[in-house]
Design a protein around this ligand. Structure first.
Ligand code: GLA
Length: 709
């Protein structure tokens, strides 16, 4: 890094041989941003002369100057107001001229904003004691609950620091106009954001994955007094559609057209994706890919949170998938790259025991697969050079992560020329996926591998059995996003695992209550169906003689005559799990949901869409009231769908955000979508966003495939 001099503005100092500002503009360009406004303070003319109209950095530039002698009011908030006319009503990215982040994090920021629109999306870095910038407090869903500007040292109870790169919608401007200058004469941006939080605006945060620096020590910051005040970058006219099409975002392949029923072959769009992927592969790895694998995501029609209880589910594969192009290596290294820059390149050695990347790293899904593959390969497995292209929206309850595990498994098996039956993999991979710390069941992997085009799949577990189920003629399945991300690797994982633990606790209580009437201990609640054939599972609720309220482990242990320590150990209750478990409700949902899957299969076999729709709606109510996995946005989405003319609507997947699945008569689909856009999406999406990016119709697809190329 160059040294600060009195005459060189900080953004023009060289970092790795290039002015800092060019690093920043290059990152914005790669993220798909075409226009930027630069607001300068002192020595702005040097920056203008250096960058000109921006042709050299691939971003069209315009400038605003703040007269530092005249304008006593400084600070980023003031600079933003100066750029107001150029920014218009579009969402825009803001960054300081001296905050340098890994360029791919700009792309990640925009992808996150498109996936879950909000009023402000700010970036975070993790520090020991956030005292230099604003300390940021977030909830489990990365919603910002508090922002404290420059807190006294040692007082923060958060490790998240505002990293100084934001996406804003125009909603910020009235708050900026109302700001009062701070004691330093600065108009502090965090004050405006804090006021927005207080007013109930949606302010979210995204931790940066890579490098961050504000270039400095406190001395650097003091020197920045003489540097330009702020740089403001606006996005082009249609920011939510214009940027990279390779994100795992909903925009990738949406269509309002009804798909042809039962499409079993790769359609033209998928072929184009494969060709493009192979082209990129050659560029990146300098040789041709030897194979391409494809693993689809899924939507579950009915049977939520039943799979890990050994009870049936009814999903189908969607037309979004993970593609991986690959070729074997001669050593045991696995190199995995993603066409979406947000997912950083990873490499590791395939072996019997592979140490994990830090929790939350996408590379762990690949390692989960590699660990499983190592078991199937005799001798030393070879590694592979892999390139991933996924278009399943992530954190949407559509199983993007399991599709990645399935695809990586198939890719590494192909590299090693090892053949394993899909049904065997479907049984084995759920356990492999626990590598990432989720206690999930087997639905996602099984349907991704075994789905049949044009059909839903009834899946039973332990042992795994599948059978196709027809869909009612004349009806379409519509998937709608609630605009809330359900991150499987973050808060939603904890909430999900907690439900699994609650079901284990129910097993212990039933064992105690049934006593010698039970031939053996229960591995899962589904064992009751095997041990007492013909007896409705809901009958067993009467053995749960517990108050219908959250109970502590100590209370449950006392009720069944065991010690809390033993119960914790038996059910893997973690030391950090708080102590309130809702057993009666959880059991009621699981038992009733399993019965609904049986009834639903009957309805579908006789083509009764209306009865099936009612079962979907009943399932949603049970997910909401007894399993408590819904959220206000999912509720609003289901209500909007009922009013828009669906015959059945429910959340799908793990819950806590993500998508709903809706059954709609084909003749009503056009009106249904119009109403959803008008009633649900229009009031919630920022100007410029396109509702069509958040809901889609699809034909059920076949399961995973491996193509030699
Ligand atoms: C997630 C899990 C599945 C299943 C669903 C809920 O998708 O991965 O195994 O439990 O939630 O039905």
């Amino acid at each position: 890094m160059g040294s600060l001099t009195a005459t060189t503005p900080k953004p023009l100092l060289a970092l790795h041989g290039r002015p800092i500002i060019e690093h920043i503009l290059g990152g914005l360009h790669d993220a798909g941003i075409t226009d930027a406004v630069i607001v300068t303070g002192y020595r702005g003319e040097q920056i203008e002369t250096h960058l000109g109209d921006g042709a050299g950095v691939g971003v069209r530039l315009s400038y605003r100057r703040q007269d530092m002698a005249e304008d006593a009011a400084r600070g980023t908030a003031r600079a933003l107001l100066l750029a107001r006319d150029a920014l218009g009503e579009q969402p825009f990215v803001l960054t300081w001229g001296d905050v340098v982040i890994d360029p791919s994090d700009y792309g990640a920021l925009l992808a996150e904003f498109r996936r879950t629109p909000c009023d402000v999306l700010l970036t975070l870095n993790e520090v020991d004691d956030p005292w230099r910038g604003a300390a940021v407090y977030v909830d489990d869903h990365w919603r910002v609950t508090r922002l404290i500007e420059k807190p006294p040292r040692g007082t923060s109870r958060t490790r998240w620091n505002n990293a100084g790169v934001f996406v804003f919608t125009a909603r910020i401007f009235p708050y900026l106009a109302r700001l009062q200058p701070s004691t330093r004469g600065e108009y502090e941006l965090p004050q405006a954001i804090a006021a927005m939080i207080a007013d109930g605006c949606l302010v979210r945060a995204l931790p940066l994955q890579g490098f961050w620096s504000d270039l400095g020590t406190p001395e650097d910051l003091a020197a920045a007094e003489h540097a330009p005040v702020a740089r403001v970058f606006s996005m082009d006219r249609s920011p939510l559609r214009g940027a990279s099409g390779q994100d795992w975002a909903l925009g990738a392949a949406t269509s309002d057209r009804l798909p042809a029923a039962g499409v079993s072959q790769l359609d033209a769009a998928e072929r184009r994706r494969i060709d493009a992927l192979c082209g990129r592969y050659r560029k990146i790895y300098g040789r041709a890919a030897a194979f391409v694998v494809r693993a689809p995501g899924r939507v579950n029609l009915l049977g939520e949170h039943t799979d890990y209880n050994g009870l049936p589910v009814l999903p189908m594969a969607i037309d979004r998938s993970v593609l991986i192009a690959g070729a074997a290596r001669t050593d045991s290294l696995v190199k995995i790259r993603n066409v979406t820059p947000r997912f950083r390149s990873r490499s590791y050695t395939i072996a019997e025991s592979i140490p994990a990347f830090p929790s939350g790293d996408w590379g762990n899904y690949s390692k989960a697969a590699a660990q499983a593959v190592a078991d199937y390969c005799h001798g030393d497995p070879c590694g592979a050079d892999l390139l991933v292209d996924g278009n399943i929206p992530s954190a949407a309850g559509l199983s993007s992560s399991s599709a990645l595990v399935v695809a990586t498994t198939l890719a590494l098996l192909a590299a090693n020329d090892v053949d394993v039956p899909y049904a065997t993999l479907a049984e084995r991979l759920p356990a492999a996926e626990r590598y990432v710390g989720t206690l999930s069941g087997g639905m996602d992997q099984a349907v991704s591998l075994l789905a049949q085009a044009g059909h839903a799949l009834r899946i039973d577990f332990f042992p795994l059995r599948v059978r196709t189920v027809p869909l009612p003629a004349g009806y379409a399945v519509v998937v709608c996003h609630s605009l809330v991300a359900a991150e499987k690797s973050l808060g939603a994982k904890l909430a999900y695992n907690r439900r699994v633990i609650e079901c284990r606790l129910v097993c212990r209580v039933l064992e105690a209550a049934l006593g010698s009437g039970l031939p053996r201990d229960l591995q899962t609640l589904g064992d009751l169906a095997t041990l007492f054939p013909g007896r409705p599972l809901l009958d067993f609720l009467e053995y749960l003689q517990l108050p219908d309220r959250p109970l502590s482990v100590a209370e449950i242990a006392a009720a069944i005559g065991t010690s809390p320590e033993r119960l914790r150990a038996d059910c893997d209750v973690g030391p950090d799990d708080d102590d309130y478990f809702s057993l009666t409700r959880r059991a009621r949902h699981v038992f009733a949901e399993a019965a609904r899957v049986d009834q639903a299969e009957d309805c579908l076999r006789r083509g009764d869409a209306v009865d099936f729709g009612q079962l979907m709606t009943a399932s949603h109510a049970s997910c909401r009231d007894d399993y408590e996995i819904s959220c206000p946005e999912l509720e609003a989405l289901v209500i909007a769908a009922m009013q828009a003319g669906t015959v059945g609507a429910r959340l799908t997947g793990a819950g806590f955000g993500g998508c709903t699945v809706n059954l709609v008569a084909e003749d009503d689909v056009r009106v249904f979508l119009q109403r959803m856009d008008r009633d649900f999406y229009a009031p919630r999406l920022p100007a410029g966003a396109h509702a069509g990016d958040y809901r889609f119709i699809f034909a059920p697809q076949a399961g995973a495939s491996v193509m030699r190329v």
